[in-house]
Design a protein around this ligand. Structure first.
Ligand SMILES: Cc1ncc(COP(=O)(O)O)c(C=O)c1O
Length: 436
């Protein structure tokens, strides 16, 4: 599809480098607009409004197959789970089920979304370091496939709640300090997730002794946006010291390319690294599971904004109709992004602008120095590689409404999540408003 991207980039732009960051099925229209899945951005913005999460559906499906086929070729006894916290949308759960992915959920809400989407409960895995009785009950009633136990209090709960055999994994701290933002590192000695190796052995013995606890193996997750594949291999090696089991779930965490300068390992390089470590350290007949989230969906998404104001105060501020409310990652993890003036991508990018949002924080700065043509009110801005954790973290800061999401493929767009309305915003306050 991407014949457009093969044409030389217009002079004075970075479009040539941009194609590796944009969704796989991106292109440019005759009028010099960005297209996703064959639909140009002004059609999307005019039809669905902005801010808008736009997902390249064929790109999502291809990436799912890359993980499933790639792992199966290297280690046939394997399973790929979609870490649904990265894009908890019913449309995505359904796509995951259709492509043969298993799914992990990290809370009662994600569980409800997955079940509503029709994900086979047997394919669901339930994570969390503080699962409540109520959540565990929903999971057990639904016939959830596997619960990934975090601690011994959870075992106490399960002892009370289990009425029939239940498959369990145990989350273990692998002792790998991931090279990523501190808030995204989860496998180091001080992690709040899982048990250290010595305590893990005690918890495993407890599960193995219980008639309804069908203990299958161990789980680890070292963190997110990790670009050094050696760290995944190190985690596999470390976890092997806990013992020999039927299943090893080695988590997610593969990083993606967000910026022009960033280099990321391919899915194949990542799989080579973990499978090489598994061949060396894990039992040959074990089942290996992985849980990619970000690397499954991030590149396939852009967020489309409309320019509301252009201010020249010495700096050039291009302000759009979204902000931290739909892009928390920038504040939470210092993640850097790229952007392009999506309705005029062919014009020379002559200015480096402060691309800012509309929330009341100076940290509401998308990009410090985004190259683009002279932006005007009404232009469209695409923030790239926003498919993971943006929708997840969207919130009502300054009364912002959670944006809509569309899946686009073969020249057709379909709405998978509608925009919140002011009525939605008011609904939870009905008691204070004297309404039922
Ligand atoms: C247990 C677990 N598995 C998988 C993931 C997905 O990680 P990523 O989106 O970096 O692939 C996470 C996210 O932090 C997680 O906590």
């Amino acid at each position: 599809m991407n014949d457009q991207t093969q044409r030389p980039a217009p002079e004075g732009t970075r479009l040539g480098e941009m194609w590796d960051i944009l969704p796989e099925h991106s292109g440019r229209s005759e009028r010099g607009e960005l297209t996703i899945g064959g639909v140009d951005v002004s059609t999307l913005a005019d039809t669905y409004g902005t801010p808008l999460f736009v997902m390249d559906e064929a790109g999502l499906r291809k990436q799912a197959r890359r993980f499933i086929d790639g792992l199966r070729e290297r280690w046939p006894n394997s399973q790929v789970m979609f870490a649904s916290k990265s894009l908890p949308a019913v449309g995505m759960y359904r796509l995951a089920q259709e492509e043969g992915l298993s799914v992990d959920v990290a809370g009662g809400g994600e569980l409800k979304l997955a079940l509503a989407a029709g994900v086979d409960p047997e394919r669901l895995h339930f994570h969390g370091n503080a699962k409540t009785d109520a959540e565990l009950t929903i999971a057990l009633d639904a016939g959830i496939g596997t619960i990934i136990v975090d601690n011994e209090d959870e075992l106490d709960r399960l002892e009370r709640l289990l009425e029939r055999p239940q498959k369990l994994l145990l989350r273990v701290i692998p002792g790998v300090e991931a090279e990523t933002h501190a808030s995204q590192a989860t496998g180091g000695a001080k992690s709040k997730f899982g048990l250290p190796m010595d305590q893990a052995k005690r918890a495993i013995a407890r599960m193995q002794a219980h008639p309804f606890m069908d203990f299958e193996g161990v789980h680890l997750h070292i963190g997110s946006q990790i670009l050094n594949t050696r760290q995944f291999a190190e985690a596999v090696e470390n976890i092997s010291s806990v013992g020999e089991f039927h299943t090893y779930d080695v988590g997610g965490g593969l990083g993606i390319k967000y910026t022009y300068d960033e280099q990321n390992p391919s899915v194949e390089e990542y799989l080579d690294a973990i499978v090489a470590a598994a061949r060396e350290h894990l039992p040959a007949d074990a089942r290996i599971m992985i849980e990619p989230g970000r690397s499954m969906v991030a590149r396939s998404g852009i967020t489309l904004y409309r320019v509301v104001s252009v201010k020249r105060t010495g700096e050039v501020f291009v302000a759009v109709d979204g902000g931290l409310a739909d892009m928390m990652d920038i504040a939470l993890t210092d993640q850097r992004y790229e952007a392009l003036l999506a309705n005029r991508i062919d014009e020379p990018w002559t200015e480096n602008v402060q691309l800012v949002g509309r929330q009341c924080e100076s940290g509401d700065l998308f990009i410090d120095g985004a190259p683009m043509p002279e932006a005007k009110v009404g232009d469209l801005v695409a923030l790239t590689a926003t498919g993971a954790y943006s929708y997840t973290l969207a919130n009502n800061y300054n009364g912002a409404l959670k944006p809509a999401m569309v899946f686009v493929q073969d020249g057709e767009a379909r709405l998978v999540a509608r925009r919140e309305t002011y009525d939605d915003l008011l609904a939870t306050h009905a008691p204070a408003l004297g309404e039922a």
